[in-house]
Design a protein around this ligand. Structure first.
Ligand code: SF4
Ligand code: SF4
Ligand code: SF4
Ligand code: FES
Length: 801
């Protein structure tokens, strides 16, 4: 839209025609107070805090509902406006409890800020306060009615933003009250509740302390925490989150997950896992001392030195006597890229084995192979906010990738994006869809063929008795789109995925993304935690990229083959880093009885229970590095929490390699940075870059003086891994960057022999693999869900099949 020019407080500003005056002012650095306005939600004009004087208009006008116009002359601050805003505040404070000293929002409250600014210290309204008890609407949502200023942000957030509609308004006028969707009379415990997705977005949007969070309330104050910007450890979207951290006697504890930093790929969204499920880190079952199995079978706590010596010595012995090919390594989709890369390098160059794998939640090998040699064919998560047309085939983003679902809803609502969905389940996003193709169960292969042009596949797609013509309409509509963003669920694998992508590539302006389940599922595959491919999906044999590695050239055992080999007594050792394959793949623990098993983990998982050595490891919130989300967006992970007695997976791999006598300078090329100003870095606060790190990097003086510094290996990733020619300053500044497809060769010889090892995690909104079992808040939410009366008010648990 064409720009218009207007004058605000004597300053000329320009903004696209149609922009709201409040937004135009914000862009020009002029702040207009607003309680009921929330960007992207419908306009309410309920609070009158944003009033401004517009020349030639008789009364003060609300800036949140007035579009800019050419030649408009606006006054945003004057004694008249200040008086109007003060009067509004006095009215709001008439029945406000004024309990700022104990209110969770104290120090971050928009009402408090405005009261200070406009000096509404006295009031004409002196009625007795109408006290109401705080209500617990769910384990994570609490409501303090007297604090509510009736801005209706929460109602709109839940309805428009989340498409849940769990909150509404009861009564009228001064008796209006926010009410949840399960009233006391419908509830088994006679108390009102919310039947909803428990995302906490309503709490985030609340400008005051009327809605508070079950994890944070009454715990601490904002100024008592450090605010660390990092990446959520749960799903494959990889949302940017701000963790509130405070010191404890044995480290530092995360007390709040928040989205103060709205600069990320998730913009203003966090789901319940990102917001609340950090508490696994504080779980008292956490292992904080190395354990070694004794000859009598008992696990005994030992010192780090003893444990690492034992692991190094034993692995070296087994490698030298039974050969590296008798050793297996299983990595994680929740460790950083640097850790995943180092692990495969350790396996291949120190242990001498290609027996390395991880729990695959999507077929990234087939994806990379199909898109090899293309540019601009992969979508970033940000694209879901702006693409004019989106098609989702398989999967269920609402549950599996909630930020993706949020972005799509926002895009449909605000930009009228056209959404097309084909799924065998009636997933919730179909409510935003222009067309929904309900396909028969297990017919994703037929769907790939049909979309690629095979009309005969339509029969397999169609439920018995259903009309097949709707599929033809659906295909016609998506083909008619000039550009289309295609999101694929993990149902598409191997030949189906390649057929679909091969066809998609023939059409212009099609971009693709393959949705997986965990924060670094994509990174784990990109970094080569695979038995048949090196990092960047590089073939083992005949490549020159990794020539300096001197790796074995024959493919190793995949994850299941390793357990089969163990059962036959052919696997001498198994090194498991941050994953729980025994539970995930229902492995018989007895099959590992002749295998020396080393496990790095936080908890005594089913896999750790059969280990000979357990090394207590830190989680993603307790380390630095980078991760790559499902879309190929690379982001920086910053260390927030800490726990005495645990070490990062990176450090542990390095220490084991050292104990085995490996050349540290070859394994981790550390020490190449210049010795620079080593003063303490300020640490990235919310929304800020770590300026010290950025400056050092800009001057090529990053200190990489220790083999435990993950950035020492980032150089090598950047240098060797196809597709990871990243921009360091972007990464260190906390900005996401989208990486193009990794693979550069089309002929990946080993791929033809691969078997389908993709195993979707099938998490619900309230589970998160093994990690979720140790999150008290997720357990509470699951329990809460099980108590839910069968109202059918919201659709939460429709998992894709
Ligand atoms: S927590 Fe529940 S009520 Fe609040 S916005 Fe999310 S879905 Fe709606
Ligand atoms: S609870 Fe908060 S967000 Fe909802 S209407 Fe009241 S003040 Fe506004
Ligand atoms: S959408 Fe995914 S990455 Fe974002 S907060 Fe939720 S679980 Fe974390
Ligand atoms: S922000 Fe404009 S009326 Fe509330």
């Amino acid at each position: 839209m064409a720009d218009v020019t207007l004058t605000v407080d004597g300053k000329k500003i320009t903004a696209p025609a149609g922009t709201l005056l409040l937004e135009a002012c914000k862009s020009a650095g002029i702040e207009i107070p607003a309680f009921c306005y929330y960007p992207g939600l419908s306009l309410q004009a309920a609070c009158r805090m944003c009033v401004v004087r517009i020349e030639k208009m008789p009364k003060l006008q609300t800036a949140c509902t007035t579009p800019v116009a050419e030649g408009m002359v606006v006054t945003s601050e004057s004694p008249e406006i200040a008086q109007a805003r003060k009067a509004t505040l006095q009215l709001l404070l008439g029945n406000h409890p004024l309990d700022c000293p104990v209110c969770d929002a104290g120090g971050e409250c928009e009402l408090q800020d405005m009261t200070f600014k406009y000096g509404a210290a006295d009031s004409f309204y002196a009625e007795p306060k109408d006290h109401r008890e705080e209500q617990k609407w769910s384990p994570v949502v609490y409501f303090d009615r007297p604090r509510c200023i009736l801005c209706y942000r929460c109602v709109r957030m839940c309805g428009e933003g989340m498409d849940v509609f769990a909150l509404g308004i009861q009564n009228r006028g001064s008796s209006s009250v926010i009410a949840p969707n399960v009233p006391a009379q419908m509830s088994p415990d006679d108390l009102a509740h919310v039947d909803c997705e428990q995302c906490g977005m309503c709490i985030d949007a609340c400008p005051v302390g009327a809605l508070t969070s079950g994890t944070y309330r009454y715990k601490t104050r904002p100024w008592e925490m450090n605010h660390v910007s990092t990446i959520c450890t749960h799903c494959g979207d990889g949302c940017k989150t701000t963790l509130g951290v405070r010191s404890t006697t044995d480290g530092s504890e995360i007390v709040r997950g928040d989205n103060r930093d709205k600069s990320g790929i998730n913009v203003d969204f966090l789901c319940n896992k990102g917001r609340y499920a950090f508490d696994f880190a504080n779980n008292e079952d956490r292992i904080t001392q190395p354990l070694v199995r004794q000859p009598n079978g008992e696990m005994k706590p030992v010192s780090w030195e003893v444990a690492l010596d034992h692991v190094g010595k034993r692995l070296r012995e087994l490698r030298d006597t039974r050969g590296g090919k008798s050793i297996g390594v299983i990595g994680s989709n929740r460790t950083t890229n640097e850790e995943a890369y180092l692990l495969q390098k350790f396996a291949r160059t120190v242990l001498g084995t290609n027996n390395i794998d991880h729990h695959r939640t999507a077929d990234y090998v087939a994806f990379a192979r199909a898109l090899a040699g293309t540019t601009d064919r992969t979508a970033s998560l940000k694209d879901t906010l702006t693409a004019p047309a989106i098609m989702i085939l398989g999967g269920d983003p609402t549950i599996q990738a909630p930020a993706t679902a949020w972005n799509i809803r926002t895009n449909v609502r605000n930009n009228r994006a056209r959404l097309y969905i084909a799924n065998s389940a009636e997933i919730k996003l179909r409510r935003q869809a222009k067309a929904f193709a309900h396909i028969a169960p297990f017919s994703y292969g037929a769907l790939a063929s049909f979309i690629a042009g095979d009309d005969s596949a339509v029969d397999a797609l169609t439920h018995s008795g259903a009309d097949a013509s709707s599929f033809h309409e659906f295909r016609k509509a998506i083909r008619a789109e000039e550009s289309l963003l295609v999101l694929l669920g993990s149902e598409f694998r191997d030949a189906d995925l390649q057929r679909l992508l091969a066809f998609g590539k023939t059409l212009p302006n099609r971009k693709f993304a393959l949705i997986s389940d965990y924060v670094n599922s994509r990174g784990a595959a990109d970094m080569g935690l695979l038995p048949d491919l090196l990092p960047g999906y590089t073939p083992l044999a005949g490549n020159t990229t990794f020539a300096e590695y001197n790796t074995p050239t024959t493919p190793g055992l995949d994850l299941l083959e390793m357990f089969e080999a163990a059962g036959r007594g052919e696997l001498s050792a198994l090194y498991v880093v941050g994953t729980n394959p025994v539970s995930r793949y229902s492995v018989d623990p007895a099959s590992l009885k002749d295998t020396f098993v080393v496990v790095q983990d936080m908890f005594l998982t089913e896999t750790a229970a059969v280990a000979d050595v357990i090394l207590p490891a830190s989680n993603l919130y307790e380390k630095s590095g980078s991760v790559t989300n499902s879309y190929g967006d690379l982001q920086l992970v910053n260390k927030a929490g800490d726990r005495a007695g645990v070490r990062s997976d990176f450090e542990l791999i390095v220490r084991i390699a050292d104990k085995m006598g490996a050349n540290m300078k070859v394994l981790v090329p550390f020490g190449k940075g210049t010795r620079a100003d080593m003063g303490q870095s300020r640490g990235a606060q919310s929304g800020e870059a770590d300026r010290h790190a950025v400056w050092l990097s800009a001057n090529n003086m990053e200190p990489k003086l220790s083999p435990f510094d993950p950035f020492a290996i980032l150089d090598e990733i950047q240098r060797l891994v196809p597709g990871y020619n990243l921009l360091r300053l972007q990464l260190l500044s906390g900005n996401d960057q989208h990486l193009q497809p990794a693979v550069t060769v089309t002929d990946l010889v080993q791929i033809s022999k691969r078997r389908d090892l993709v195993l979707p995690a099938n998490d619900t909104l309230f589970t998160s693999g093994t990690l979720g079992r140790y999150s008290a808040m997720l357990s509470d939410l699951q329990h809460n869900e099980s108590l839910r009366p069968p109202t059918g008010l919201t659709q939460i648990q429709t998992a894709a099949d």
